[in-house]
Design a protein around this ligand. Structure first.
Ligand SMILES: Cc1ncc(COP(=O)(O)O)c(C=O)c1O
Length: 422
């Protein structure tokens, strides 16, 4: 009994991050492993599964006991299914054949090819900026851009729901970090008013589409406030690019403020279906980042095959809509079915649809039930969101069939009723 109680006190993710007095540095890792073996670390059951075959709208996944099962996939960020688009694969294969599977050097030391340069100009052209820089990781893009441009004495103003990589970049920069409540524009103005006049290095950063809520930042108001309070604006539109806005140019296009954003950051790993991230901006800023963004300067360049595939993706974005209209039909259908079933899906405006559960214990039980019934969704709780705002995170994909969506909602409905969520 005493042992069981001890485990339950220590079974939260955040209890294993510090070295306790008298412990060796690695003791926390051994402790968390003991708790994992006991099965008492809540929340990790749904993590670490392995993808097998990807069929249309369904994946084979292998769970921890080694069994494969087929699930309807509502947990992938490849919203437009571009990672398996035949033209994209062909372009990646051509680049692979020509340049091999790794670059063997960082970008500034001949780690890049004309394929990489083409990708940067396609991205710059997409946002109508002078230039763009491509980083080998999305996470590293935010960390690199922010820590290069901001330092001690500057101030960075963040939406509370910004992605972890943004906050990590802010911390690394040494700048003052201010946070306003999620999408609270009055809150943003309150923060801006309090910044001392002499603190002139000011950057507002926001996700474009918020990664856990699916709503779009009020870039119309943010850019207006930035002008009034002399701030630069950076938007991380990881989940907006290719999907939101009239021509898929993302959240800034949605509010018609593309030319008012100083730093267009985006990830090549979500709707573009590849890997890496980018920043599109003025020529001088991109040149500066090539020298001062440490996650660019000190990190091996993106494989040419990925860059080659991504060139094809940006051609599709420019020329044939990349199936955006079809995706939106699926998004709207899934949203209406979930609402009809009585689920709280918050205020999503994108392919990310949160299904709010608000109770962590229920969340884990529901997730396990969904898996048993053949549906995969992401499971989101601390540290990605506050525990009391825990949820399932559903992602719509272009290739899901309406029949699969019906089946998915039916599975969700049964689980929701069983655990009194609807
Ligand atoms: C808003 C946002 N920014 C940055 C990242 C990091 O991108 P990547 O997974 O490509 O490293 C993510 C990924 O989860 C994200 O959602």
């Amino acid at each position: 009994m005493a042992e069981a109680q001890q485990i339950s006190v220590h079974n939260k993710f955040e209890n294993f991050t510090k070295t306790e007095t008298g412990d060796d540095l690695f003791t926390k890792a051994f402790k968390v492993n003991d708790v994992l073996k006991s099965g008492a670390l809540t929340g990790n059951e749904g993590l670490g599964m392995v993808a097998g075959d990807k069929l249309q709208g369904e994946y084979l996944i292998r769970n921890k006991s080694g069994e494969f099962r087929s699930v309807i996939m509502l947990g992938s960020n490849s919203y437009l299914n571009l990672s398996t688009h035949p033209k994209v694969i062909r372009a990646a294969q051509n680049a692979l054949n020509k340049f091999g599977y790794g670059m063997g050097a960082v970008s500034n030391y001949v780690g890049i090819t004309d394929i990489h340069k083409e990708l940067e100009s396609r991205i710059a052209n997409f946002y109508k900026t002078d230039a763009a820089i491509v980083f080998p990781s999305g996470y590293g893009t935010n960390v690199g851009v922010i820590s290069a441009l901001c330092s001690e004495g500057d101030v960075i103003i963040n939406d509370s729901a910004n992605h972890a990589s943004i906050f990590d970049g802010c911390r690394l920069s040494g700048a003052d970090i201010k946070v306003y409540p999620h999408s609270d524009m009055k809150g943003l103005e309150r923060v801006l008013k309090k910044i001392p006049e002499e603190q002139t290095g000011r950057l507002i950063i926001t996700d474009g589409v918020f990664s856990m809520d699916g709503d779009i930042a009020r870039l119309d108001i943010i850019t207006e406030l930035a002008r009034e309070y002399n701030c630069r604006v950076m938007v991380d539109d990881a989940h907006g690019v290719g999907i939101v806005g009239e021509t898929g140019r993302g959240s800034a296009e949605y509010y018609n403020v593309i030319d008012k954003i100083d730093l267009h950051v985006g990830m090549l790993s979500k709707s573009p279906g590849g890997l890496g991230g980018y920043c599109a901006a003025s020529f001088e800023i991109i040149q500066y980042l090539r020298l001062y963004a440490r996650t660019y300067f000190f990190s091996t360049a993106l494989p040419a095959s990925v860059a080659g595939g991504l060139n094809e993706v940006f051609k599709l974005f420019e020329n044939d809509n990349a199936g955006r209209d079809v995706l939106w039909e699926k998004i709207n259908y899934l949203k209406s079915k979930l609402t009809e079933a009585g689920f709280d899906i918050a205020h999503t405006q994108s392919a990310i649809i949160p299904v709010m559960i608000y109770d962590e214990e229920k969340l884990f039980k529901i997730h396990a039930e969904l898996l048993r019934s053949g549906l995969y969704t992401n499971i989101v709780t601390y540290p990605a969101v506050r525990r009391k705002e825990c949820r399932l995170r559903l992602c719509a994909m272009k290739e899901l069939t309406f029949k699969q969506i019906d089946r998915a909602v039916k599975i969700l409905e049964e689980a929701g009723k069983k655990f009194n969520v609807i």
